[in-house]
Ligand binder design. Structure first.
Ligand SMILES: Cc1cc2nc3c(=O)[nH]c(=O)nc-3n(C[C@H](O)[C@H](O)[C@H](O)COP(=O)(O)OP(=O)(O)OC[C@H]3O[C@@H](n4cnc5c(N)ncnc54)[C@H](O)[C@@H]3O)c2cc1C
Length: 460
């Protein structure tokens, strides 16, 4: 129950568009895309400026009022889902692009700006923000920074951490920490912004970001059929060598995944008449398109000659490319029909991947032979998505244990991009040492001594 004294002091520092209560809040603020454990907050606060946010947060600290930070609610780890008793603070009104600097190759935007808005605005200037995810229409740049999002082009451009030059953050005591620099090189002491990137809103609330841009490239896309996982890995090696540095996406899908996506998406079709054990969506980004299609085709011809691929189609138009990507991004509809399930996004280095997947498939097959297992992911950066249907909460725990303990045995991480939020936080110590977790706790204590800011996320 939100304290009355807190409410009356709040009314004095916020404007009339900021505070929303009761039925007006809307179910969208009760749960993120995971759909797990929805909880409608008693109060929703939508500050319209950094100063207003700072005043709200300061007041929350004074009254020991816990709060959850909400961006576009596309996260899948429960991080933005309120817990009982928490107030929700949404960044939705802190939206808009402040500057596109064509000389510095940067864009400065408010945290609540959707990714797609950034992509479209910079494209008009012939530039690109090279981070793209399926949730582009709804996820915000603040959320991307907070979760250190990866996405479809990590092999070439890196994760959010590599693409953020500056941040403005409001700390739990209301301090506004501004580091909105556009410089690429900054060796003036600790790089504090890196603490907030990927901290899932547990150390501060991000209000503005400076993002790196690159010149727009021409993208060439192929969808390949592959016979074995070791051929997938060899194809990855060959494409990285042949296209040296130009590979921007290398997405792999197992046949079970393909079948499930095609069955769930009414207007989706396979590019091939036959079925194959694996499919790879491969893209290269090229600055100078002259002769690039020939280069692309020659690279694929080599892979065909070496029998690493059995068949391939090349997208000739944007709509053909979109159709191929819809297969890769079609998991949403499968998940919606699946019901209870675990969704994992482990990271294992390329050398350990084959053994890792074999072990997980074997262990799940032995213990849960009737459960549906779907594997796909950004193999180029060792990030695999593993979705398994479950029949109970106890089964979910057992499945998490199988998937995460194997990740630990193969030198991987339990999350490569979605983070821990509240759904995976209890598994943190599978792949981080006791000393690492202890220092994470010390950092949390330092930045948020009252434990009001996104409590019980990341750390249990
Ligand atoms: C279809 C689909 C595809 C996806 N693909 C990818 C992918 O390829 N790669 C990937 O990494 N993720 C992916 N995601 C996950 C998700 O989109 C990202 O995690 C995204 O960055 C979340 O942004 P958001 O604004 O929706 O954040 P939310 O879901 O609102 O919040 C996520 C977390 O960040 C915190 N947070 C949000 N905004 C702020 C802020 N301003 N300051 C501090 N903390 C904040 C929240 O408290 C929460 O802990 C996908 C999700 C969907 C639904």
């Amino acid at each position: 129950m939100v304290n009355g004294e807190f409410l009356s002091q709040l009314a004095a520092v916020v404007d009339d568009k900021t505070m929303v209560a009761g039925a007006d809040i809307g179910a969208a603020h009760s749960v993120d895309t995971s759909g797990e454990y929805p909880c409608l907050p008693e109060l929703l606060l939508r500050p319209g400026s950094t100063e207003e946010l700072s005043a709200i947060i300061k007041l929350c600290g004074t009254h020991q009022q816990p709060y959850v930070v909400q961006g576009g609610m596309t996260g899948v780890s429960g991080g933005a889902t309120p817990n009982p008793g928490e107030v929700a603070i949404s960044l939705m009104r802190l939206r808009g692009i402040e500057e596109i600097d064509e000389n510095a190759f940067t864009v400065t935007a408010r945290a609540g700006t959707p990714l797609e808005e950034i992509q479209q605005a910079v494209a008009v200037k012939g530039l690109s923000f090279p981070l793209d995810i399926g949730a582009r229409g709804s996820c915000t740049v603040g959320g991307i920074a907070a979760t250190n999002a990866g996405g479809n082009q990590v092999i070439r451009y890196g994760v959010a951490r590599n693409l953020i030059l500056g941040l403005e953050v409001v700390l739990a005591d209301g301090t506004v920490l501004t580091s909105l620099t556009k410089v690429l090189k900054n060796n003036t002491g600790y790089d504090l912004k890196q603490l907030f990137i990927g901290s899932e809103g547990t150390l501060g609330v991000i209000t503005r970001v400076v993002l790196r841009l690159v010149p727009q490239c021409e993208t060439f896309t192929t969808f390949c059929a592959v016979n074995s996982f070791s051929d997938v890995l060899q194809l990855f090696r060959l494409s990285n060598q042949y296209f040296s540095g130009a590979v921007s996406a290398f997405e792999v899908m197992w046949q079970d995944y393909m079948a499930a996506v095609l069955a769930a998406g009414e207007d989706l079709t396979s590019p091939f008449a036959e079925q194959y054990p694996f499919y790879v969506l491969l893209e290269i980004d090229v600055e100078r398109p002259d002769g690039a299609m020939e280069w692309f085709e020659n690279g694929l011809a080599q892979a065909l000659e070496q029998e690493l691929i059995q068949d391939a189609v090349i997208a000739k138009t944007d709509s053909e490319r979109e159709k191929l990507w819809r297969i890769r991004e079609g998991i949403g509809e499968v998940v919606a029909q699946m019901g209870l399930a675990v969704h994992c996004d482990v990271a294992v280095d390329a050398s350990g991947l084959e053994a890792y997947v074999t072990e997980v498939e074997r262990n799940i097959g032995e213990q849960f032979p009737d459960n549906q297992l779907l594997v796909f992911g950004h193999l180029g950066d060792g990030n695999l998505h593993i979705t398994v249907s479950a029949n109970s909460e106890a089964e979910k725990t057992a499945l998490y244990n199988i998937i995460f303990s194997s990740a630990a045995r193969h030198g991987g991480m339990i999350s490569g991009e979605h983070g821990l939020g509240s759904l995976k936080r209890d598994y943190l110590s599978y792949t981080r040492t006791e000393a690492e977790v202890q220092w994470m706790r010390k950092l949390k204590q330092l930045f948020d001594p009252n434990n009001c800011l996104n409590p019980h996320r990341v750390l249990g």
